[in-house]
Design a protein around this ligand. Structure first.
Ligand code: HDD
Length: 722
């Protein structure tokens, strides 16, 4: 085996990139010198005098200088993100439409890396801001890397890539004061929205709950742009790529999202890491929407327009595979921060289309990687293909570390070294598309319609999603202080819905239009409301559930419920008065995971309060009391037994919410599940569903429903301080 030992003269292993720390190696400088004192700079000193610090100390100098350069430029957009490794498997070959091995060979398991991100904020901004989420997948296929650089929203703000710098400048913090961070709620962004009616459709998605996901694991992913698939006969289909999560699509509520920004800015990245660590690997079905080339003009929109979806009624999704994330990164910087994607990276069997946004993107990404990571960015382990690769012409440049032996660095050469591959040998060829046209700036006529799909999106939302949309518009425009901006935009909303425009204008002091600026044709479509995406079976796996306890809690109901929830895959956390220990009625000591002031209800999906005398202590603790009130306002499942019932009742304090009286074993009202009786019977679990009988079953069912929307529809959530 090759070693790096001087004595045996072999240095072949020097390019190994992954280093295991065995716990024993001594600390050295990066040039290999063993360090004896890493804590003091070399200086002239004596016991009584600290003299000058010496610049000759190369160990200290190099440590500081290296540190000075630890940061690289953050991504110009999508700076805040996190990633994980995983795999892609096909369960159905798409060989009728493509020759791509990754989409035809059902025996393959393709390794991949996925990076999720927000768009607007800096690298240090919070996870739960209202924003589009990036969904960038790098598949390390046997024919080269294939990058799908998508979002969790299927459409985009603009049609032509030349507008991208304007869009991003308008949404990023304003130039004079670098405000606001992690928000689109400011004059410039909404001014841009008004000036570009093509943003309307995406703007509605962005104001919907899609932009405040509960978890990266509960979002759809979309390739957004139109690509092509080419089959063995050279026939082209236009294609859009879809990823649909096994866990369903779920969001936070806005007040909760806002608070989590401060209470745990890393909420989403921790959520992903802990689910993977616990072996609950997130999965997405992978699907294709396909339009044969000859049908490209059959639609009332241009299929190359990234501001439009392809309605599923007209172009159904054909699910052919599954993606799983199953490995966290070992080190964030080299693997996630240095991960770099290019929309232009495709493999044989896949090709581009004339989508004007995609074509511009294909220039932009390679360029940005060069400025962020240098020309040799593809040599970094996370970006490197796993298939053999060799290009003798692409050489040199900063940070080149791959060493290629031989004398040739050009093609053709007298040795025929590094020859190109014919299509039969797997070589990529571009689809020979026919082009006829006049060279000019512009887009085809169909790109000019900007409202119809936004109307369809709005019409297709559930009532609760519409309420949230109105609140989101109102919040954003309330943060605009230039009347030109919020008055114009509130009026423009009427191009999609008059009722929405009226509600928003009233809230923010805008111009309430008297008539719809565009007739809403009332059209609805499939797949637009996120409520359509639910897990196939009710599940509470990976849901974060808090159990509140103080001295004097009932040990039996505490442990039984904890075990039941954990057996169903939930992440259960005991939140106690003190983390040093809480003692039950019968003298059993429990060490809580956190104490009340260390956590907040916002960071959990549901709460359970066991019975016992501890309720008198809970009733004197503001955090514990507000936990229940806030969980109710955020529409979360709440459960309590025996003595906990009156405690819960006092915090909610609404007569519409009926809680169990002394005689009732289980009562469920607005997702609040309460009951009396012995633990063995009320916490038994057999069957989970809306008609389940026991308290534990009912609680699990309501947690699996994500949120109790009825509370908000009946105006109860608004009545209680959040
Ligand atoms: Fe972009 C990053 C998604 C339009 C230029 N984009 C970036 C990332 C995602 C997207 C997910 C983060 C990748 C990562 O995790 O490293 N971008 C999109 C989608 C778009 C889109 C879905 C519309 C369909 N982007 C778009 C246009 C341009 C760019 C029109 C420029 C003409 N995008 C970039 C960029 C970034 C980027 C400046 C910044 C960091 C990077 O590329 O690697 O080049």
């Amino acid at each position: 085996m090759a070693t790096n030992s001087e004595s045996d003269g072999k240095f072949a292993d020097m390019q190994k990139d992954t280093v295991e720390f065995d716990g024993k190696q001594h600390m050295t400088t990066d040039y290999g010198l063993k360090i004896s004192d890493p804590d003091h700079w070399l200086r002239v000193h004596s016991e009584s005098n600290t003299g000058p610090t010496l610049l000759e100390d190369q160990i200290a100098r190099e440590k500081i200088m290296r540190f000075d350069h630890e940061r690289i430029p953050e991504r110009v957009v999508h700076a805040r993100g996190t990633g994980a490794f995983g795999t892609f498997k096909l369960y159905e070959s798409a060989e009728d439409v493509t020759t791509a091995g990754v989409l035809t060979d059902t025996s393959r398991t393709t390794p991949l890396f996925l990076r999720f991100s927000t768009v607007q904020g800096s690298k240090g901004s919070a996870d739960t801001v209202r924003d589009v989420r990036g969904f960038a997948v790098k598949m390390y296929t046997s024919e080269g890397n294939w990058d799908i650089v998508g979002n969790n929203i299927p459409v985009f703000f603009i049609q032509d890539a030349i507008k991208f710098p304007d869009l991003i400048h308008s949404v990023k913090p304003e130039p004079h004061n670098e405000v606001p961070q992690g928000q689109s709620a400011h004059n410039n962004f909404w001014d841009f929205v008004y000036m570009h009616s093509e943003t309307t459709h995406m703007n509605y998605w962005q104001m919907s709950d899609r932009a405040i996901p509960r978890s990266y694991r509960m979002m759809q992913g979309f390739g957004v742009n139109t690509y092509s698939l080419i089959n063995r006969d050279g026939k082209r289909h236009f294609v859009k790529f879809h990823f649909t999560p096994e866990l369903g699509v779920h969001s936070l509520v806005w007040d909760e999202a806002l608070k989590i920004c401060g209470q745990d800015p890393d909420f989403h990245r921790k959520d992903l890491i802990s689910a993977i660590e616990a072996g609950h690997f997130p999965r997405w079905k992978f699907g294709l929407q396909l339009i044969p080339e000859e049908n490209k003009d059959d639609f009332d929109f241009d299929i190359l327009d990234a501001t439009k979806v392809w309605p599923e009624e007209l172009v159904p999704i054909r699910y052919i595979g599954e993606m799983e994330l199953n490995r966290n990164v070992d080190e964030f910087f080299p693997q996630t921060e240095q991960a770099a994607f290019c929309t232009s990276h495709i493999v044989p069997g896949i090709d581009f289309s004339d989508d004007p946004l995609l074509q511009g993107r294909n220039f932009s990404y390679f360029d940005t990687q060069i400025s962020r990571l240098g020309p040799n960015w593809e040599e970094l382990p996370v970006n490197r293909p796993v298939c053999p690769y060799m290009n003798l012409v692409n050489r040199d440049g900063a940070m080149r570390h791959r060493i290629t032996k031989g004398t040739i660095n050009y093609w053709p050469n007298r040795f025929e070294a590094n020859p190109p591959a014919s299509p039969a040998q797997g070589g990529f060829t571009s689809h020979p598309g026919k082009q006829i046209g006049i060279k000019s700036r512009g887009l085809s006529e169909k790109f000019n319609e900007h409202y119809y799909q936004a109307q369809t999106f709005y019409n297709s939302l559930s009532q609760i999603e519409k309420i949230h949309l109105a609140k989101a518009f109102s919040f954003e425009l309330d943060h605009c202080d230039d009347p030109i901006v919020y008055k114009r935009v509130t009026e423009r909303v009427a191009a999609v819905s008059l009722e929405l425009a009226e509600a928003v204008a009233k809230n923010v002091g805008g111009e309430a239009p008297s008539k719809a600026l565009k007739a809403n044709k009332g059209q609805k479509a499939k797949g637009l409301s996120q409520f359509e995406y639910q897990p196939t079976k009710p599940t509470i796996a990976t849901r974060r559930i808090a159990i509140l306890i103080a001295d004097g809690f009932d040990y039996s109901s505490y442990t039984t419920m904890k075990e039941v929830l954990e057996a169903h895959g939930a992440f259960v956390f005991t939140i106690g008065a003190l983390r040093s220990g809480v003692v039950s009625e019968d003298g059993q000591k429990v060490i809580p995971d956190n104490f009340f002031n260390g956590m907040r209800s916002t960071l959990f999906d549901a709460v359970f309060v066991p019975g016992g005398k501890h309720v008198s202590a809970l009733a004197k603790n503001g955090v514990a009391k507000f936990w229940i009130t806030e969980s109710f306002a955020h529409l979360k499942a709440i459960a309590g037994v025996n003595e906990a019932v009156p405690f819960i009742e006092r915090q909610i304090g609404l007569e519409e919410v009926k809680l169990a009286d002394a005689d009732s074993t289980v009562t469920e009202s607005y997702g609040v599940v309460t009951g009396h009786g012995d633990t063995a019977s009320i916490l038994k679990v057999a069957d989970i569903g809306p008609d389940s009988k026991t308290l534990a079953e009912q609680f699990i069912w309501h947690v699996s429903c994500h949120r109790n929307w009825q509370r908000e529809l009946d105006g109860l959530a608004d009545q209680i301080a959040a």
